[in-house]
Design a protein around this ligand. Sequence first.
Ligand SMILES: C[S@@+](CC[C@H](N)C(=O)[O-])C[C@H]1O[C@@H](n2cnc3c(N)ncnc32)[C@H](O)[C@@H]1O
Length: 241
Amino acid sequence: MPALAQKKPKLDVVYVPTPQALVDRMLELGGVKASDYVIDLGCGDGRMIVTAASRYGARGYGVDIDPERIAEANANAKSAGVADKVRFKVANLFGESLAKADVMTMYLLTEINLKLRPKILKEMKPGARVVSHAFAMGEWEPDTHEVVAGKDVYLWYVPAAVQGAWTFQGEQDMKVQLTQQYQVVAGKGAVDGRPATISGKLQGTDLMLNVEVDGKRQELRGRVEGKTIKGIGGNWQARLS
Ligand SMILES: C[S@@+](CC[C@H](N)C(=O)[O-])C[C@H]1O[C@@H](n2cnc3c(N)ncnc32)[C@H](O)[C@@H]1O
């Protein structure tokens, strides 16, 4: 071996690039727009980030543990004329902060997605999107699953946190205790002193609740803004106590 030969990095996933048609669909599913910051963990030759920048004008960041891939990614960004919008770094994907990402793309493995899951839920903004090629995320069900050219593509919206005791005021006067398992919401409470059962779903910060009182169902839609939920199409607000 030549004295200066570079030591090959230890890969957690081998390099297999995502076909361009899938890259295009993944970015479309993720709803990428010009104001977005897109992260690709294990970015390979940078195609996801370069496409996000050249097609949508988004800014992007890719990391890969293999310096050869990062050299390719930088060359691809330069020839696509988007070097000013993107950044690539040789790094281990487990050490990266995800806080800035509006959209994160991945083509890794189920076991790696599962390791990343708590970090995604903790660090990413409510409403941010995660798009994965081929691999899912266990009991965190995707919000959308498509088969594109024979390959699975999954999309998740990072759900807002709604677990706790909420007091609704306005058109809706009720107190409810909500529990949450990823985007699935359930709860119990009272409307005007009558017992209520609640089921619901989050899509990022958009909350849909079914409230059942005395066998009658009512659907409420709202937007979660931290410790407040603001009614959509109805004059009500809820506050977390
Ligand atoms: C299946 S490829 C996906 C490439 C690209 N995201 C795409 O979709 O075309 C996985 C990539 O992850 C990189 N990788 C493997 N282990 C890594 C780690 N621990 N940290 C960062 N990158 C890693 C590999 O070098 C490879 O480029």
